[in-house]
Design a protein. Structure first.
Length: 178
């Protein structure tokens, strides 16, 4: 449930107050980047997705039907922007992509296995893992960002961690580190 100050900021932004919209952007920047990262797996691209999401949200703010659902609405925009970026990237291969792949091959094996384990999860589970463990958001903060209940978060996180553990165990991750 959004707090009163968030609702006031959304109302003011809806009425054309650009400063209020800027405050919302500052407040939810990290969470929006995390949503983008869960789809893209690249922090710089996730930041680009977040910026594009804020631009689209500003343009489409009058389409927001339920002003108490601003953050989940913004997260959905970011998710779609990130998916569009993945589709665009899939259509072209550049030397930058090849050099990125080379750099990734230099990371330690456990880190790669963990990234692969996260990568095999559905996007909704990746979002939860990234928001909780990479961005350190509380269940209440995740609930606000994604618009889902705490019990749903708990259940999905538990299932996602089990899937990751199974994947890691199957792929040789040291059991004493699971």
């Amino acid at each position: 449930m959004p707090d009163e100050s968030e609702t006031k900021l959304v109302e003011a932004a809806f009425d054309g107050d650009i400063e209020s919209f800027g405050k919302l952007c500052q407040r939810y920047y990290a969470a929006t980047v995390a949503v983008g990262y869960s789809v893209l797996g690249d922090h710089q691209l996730a930041e680009d997705a977040a910026q594009e999401s804020f631009a689209r949200a500003l343009i489409r703010l009058k389409n927001l039907r339920n002003k108490t659902k601003f953050v989940p609405w913004l997260a959905a925009i970011c998710r779609n922007v990130a998916k569009d970026m993945v589709a665009t990237k899939a259509r072209r291969i550049s030397t930058d992509d090849l050099s990125q792949a080379t750099r990734n091959n230099n990371h330690d094996e456990n880190h790669r296995l963990i990234r692969r384990a996260i990568g095999q999860l559905p996007v909704s589970d990746k979002e939860l893992i990234v928001l909780r463990y990479y961005n350190g958001l509380s269940y209440d903060e995740i609930s606000t960002v994604l618009g889902i209940s705490r019990p749903t978060i708990n259940g999905r996180l538990t299932r996602a961690k089990r899937k990751m553990a199974k994947y890691l165990k199957h792929n040789g991750f040291p059991e004493n580190q699971l």
